[in-house]
Design a protein. Structure first.
Length: 417
């Protein structure tokens, strides 16, 4: 098996598709090494194992809306696109979506995946309950009243296999999307917070060269007025793709035409495959107030980065309290890099990029390419030592761990041999 990008061939010895949670519990209880796979949109080995891989797509797919509680109970393996359609059919929505609707709910939340918006927290912030199978095979349900809840929601697969989630929902809403082109870097850096907070969700697309940012995508609620000052940018008069030479056919509708949340918040339509996966991705999350200085530091590397880039996306995310969330206790800016499928070249330049971002407190996205040795995770995450202790207590033999997680957690492979 390979991941979606095709850059990783998984090293599992066997693969199982349990048809029930009880069957999954038995598999976990009897395994020496075991990991779950969702939509395989991770670009690194965070979900790899040399033991047993579990595919969740054969488990019952449930979307159970509770309007009295304002929540929906969903199977972990369901995609956000499928969840969105099921919710919209009943007049409800979640607060945000990532740029791709094809990713699995459990996998996205476990790795801290997000959408955009100064006041919009990551996808994990919607979680009010999580069902997961522990290393012992026990099925547990955790809510905000449980001590381990904030550790387990963004758990990078180290605390169990997520079988279900309960998410907060809200009434369905409409969003308008429009694109500005040619925003000057000078205007963007001087007014970054104003521009980023001027709509429900804002994304900047660039390769860091030149004097302008080619595209800025605004996803606005009906109650939000357009920017009064475009800072020299021009409103696009035709639909755009983030990559200038690509057709916008598979992108969500633009030109300020209002539509349902699930048809505007992602960049790509659910009914289309956004690409064949021949790309690599990295992403680094920094305090929002560091955005202008950090962007200048990246621009200084543009000559090395641009030849390897398809595009880079800049977004913002509100703070949350999950222990290993990249947005733990800080409003953040996300610098996302979509690389050409040149892994050795990308891995060669990553340490220099990461070193340039280190002074700003950059945290890497758990499911994308990064260099673990570049980070002092205990310094970056106030509850990191607590998380590590919880992992060792719940999974003393390292059933859910692998070389990447051992490297991040600072746990020797010999400790669970």
């Amino acid at each position: 098996m390979k991941n979606w990008a095709g850059n990783l061939e998984y090293s599992s010895a066997e693969v199982h598709r349990p048809a029930s949670v009880a069957e999954l519990q038995e598999l976990v209880a009897n395994a020496t090494k075991i990991k779950a796979l969702g939509s395989r949109h991770s670009f690194n080995t965070v979900a790899d194992t040399d033991g047993t891989h579990i595919l969740l797509d054969a488990l019952p797919q449930e979307v159970l809306l509770d309007t009295a509680k304002g929540t929906v109970k969903v199977s972990g393996g369901i995609s956000y696109g499928a969840l969105g359609r099921a919710l919209e059919d009943q007049g409800y929505a979640v607060h945000n979506l990532a740029s791709l609707p094809h990713i699995s709910v459990a996998g996205a939340i476990q790795t801290g995946t997000h959408g955009s918006g100064v006041n919009n927290p990551s996808l994990a912030a919607a979680v009010v309950g999580v069902d997961l199978v522990r290393a012992s095979g026990e099925l547990v349900t955790l809510t905000a009243d449980d001590d381990e809840f904030l550790a387990s929601v963004v758990g990078v697969g180290a605390l169990g296999i997520v079988t279900g989630l309960e998410l907060a929902v809200r009434p369905s809403y409409e969003v308008r999307q429009r694109v500005l082109t040619g925003l000057s870097w000078e205007g963007a850096l001087a007014n970054f917070h104003s521009i980023a907070s001027s709509a429900y969700s804002v994304s900047f697309f660039t390769n860091y060269t030149g004097d302008t940012i080619p595209q800025v995508w605004f996803k606005a609620l009906d109650s939000e007025a357009p920017l009064p000052d475009l800072f020299g940018a021009t409103a696009a008069t035709t639909a755009m793709h983030p990559l200038p030479d690509m057709s916008a056919e598979n992108c969500t509708e633009q030109l300020d035409v209002a539509g349902k949340w699930l048809d505007r918040l992602p960049h790509f339509r659910h009914e289309f495959t956004p690409s064949n996966g021949e790309e690599l991705q990295s992403e680094f999350l920094l305090p929002l107030d560091q955005a202008p200085a950090a962007l200048q530091a990246v621009r200084a590397l543009a000559g090395k980065l641009a030849p390897l880039l398809f595009i880079s996306e800049i977004r913002t995310i509100a703070a949350d309290e999950f222990w290993l969330s990249p947005f733990h206790q800080r409003q953040s800016v996300a610098l996302h890099f979509t690389w050409k499928p040149l892994q050795s070249d990308v891995e060669a330049v990553l340490p220099e990029l990461e070193e340039a971002l280190r002074p700003f407190g950059a945290r890497p996205h758990w499911g994308k390419l990064f260099t673990p040795g570049q980070y002092d995770f205990a310094a970056l995450y106030p509850r990191f030592e607590d998380f590590r202790a919880l992992v060792q207590a719940n999974d003393p033999t390292g059933k859910f761990r692998n070389s990447l997680l051992d490297s991040v957690l600072g746990i020797s492979a010999a400790a669970h041999a």
